[in-house]
Design a protein around this ligand. Structure first.
Ligand SMILES: CSC[C@H]1O[C@H](OP(=O)(O)O)[C@H](O)[C@@H]1O
Ligand SMILES: Nc1ncnc2[nH]cnc12
Length: 311
């Protein structure tokens, strides 16, 4: 389908949806273009589809590629975030299939986390600011509370007996691609983890560096492996895919309602992430003295923020 679509799109696109496992497209939307920006960090996981929602263009990117051929540690997160920003994107709604670490978060439930525990192993490129330009952005609250509120206000769009949208909670981001051991799963519970995935990082960190408003919507597909002793089954891929298929209707309802809200005139400043504007500028510009800056690294930063070094 993407092959016959225009490969350019000449209007800025401010909102993006990143689809994860079991969500390589969003049902009900007909793409009007498929663009593949070439960034200083390479090309994104897949062509970015431009969809129209009530006349507003929306970017859709499949994190693991069109056919789920990219493992969590191989996702080109820097290219993904840089490519979205280059199209004009300032708000990202990122979907993720997660294991539940808490009894009350049932498979099929949705979770809007507000914290992350990093259990990746440092093998994924995780910053734009390196190689001769240093920057330290704040990451105390890794998700966007304002976007989270918008998603919360759309909870009623979901269907199904007892399906819940939990607000707040901690997503543990593990390295994978293997699932956790039972000892690890129990340890994450003892740390207060709510859900677990392999995708929140470095995506959320890079979104912050790129001054994007970023919120992950987690969809619980399993109880990982901690619940085995209480009669539960250990997570496997079939279980994840089964619940994702069952959940895709709700994902569609929720994303439709969230986009309706975000596209409202009154949310223009929010969607443009005015509240993050300048945060990376402050974190980068004053760190590395001009005489220590590497022109190549400066050029890469310039791709993210055109005109960054001019004043
Ligand atoms: C197939 S289970 C593990 C896989 O599922 C999640 O993917 P995503 O976050 O992209 O929905 C998890 O993070 C792992 O990558
Ligand atoms: N149990 C689990 N661990 C890590 N990532 C997951 N994605 C879905 N279920 C998961």
């Amino acid at each position: 389908m993407a092959a016959s679509l225009p490969t350019t799109f000449d209007r800025p696109v401010h909102i993006a949806v990143i689809g994860g496992t079991g969500l390589s497209q969003i049902a009900g939307y007909v793409p009007v273009a498929a663009v593949t920006p070439v960034t200083p960090w390479g090309t994104p996981s897949s062509a970015i589809l431009i969809l129209e929602h009530a006349g507003v263009p929306i970017a859709f990117l499949s994190r693991h590629g069109k056919h789920h051929e990219i493992a969590p540690h191989e996702v080109p997160a820097r290219a993904n975030i840089a490519a979205l920003r280059s199209l004009g994107v300032r708000t990202v709604i990122a979907f993720s299939a997660v294991g539940s670490l808490q009894e009350h978060i049932k498979p099929m439930d949705f979770v809007l986390p507000d914290q992350i525990i990093d259990r990746t192993k440092g093998i994924r490129p995780f910053t734009f600011f390196e190689g001769g330009v240093v920057g330290h952005v704040g990451f105390a609250d890794p998700f966007d509370a304002k976007i989270s509120q918008v998603v919360q206000s759309c909870a009623a769009s979901m269907k199904g007996e007892g399906v819940t949208l939990h607000t707040g909670g901690t997503v543990v981001c593990m390295e994978g691609p293997q699932f956790s051991t039972r000892a690890e799963s129990n340890m994450y519970r003892s740390w207060g983890g709510s859900v677990i995935n392999m995708s929140a990082l470095p995506e959320a960190k890079l979104a912050r560096e790129a001054e994007l408003a970023y919120q992950m919507i987690c969809m619980a597909t399993d109880y990982d492996c901690w619940r085995n002793t209480e009669g539960g089954e250990d997570v496997d891929v079939a279980m994840v895919m089964k619940y994702m298929a069952a959940n895709s209707e709700n994902a569609k309802h929720l994303v439709g309602a969230v986009l309706d809200e975000l596209c409202k005139q009154e949310n223009t400043d929010l969607v443009l992430a005015k509240h993050w504007e300048g945060s990376a500028q402050g974190a980068v510009k004053f760190m590395t003295k001009p005489e220590g800056r590497n022109p190549e690294a400066m050029k890469r930063v310039e791709y993210l923020f055109p005109g960054f070094w001019e004043n």
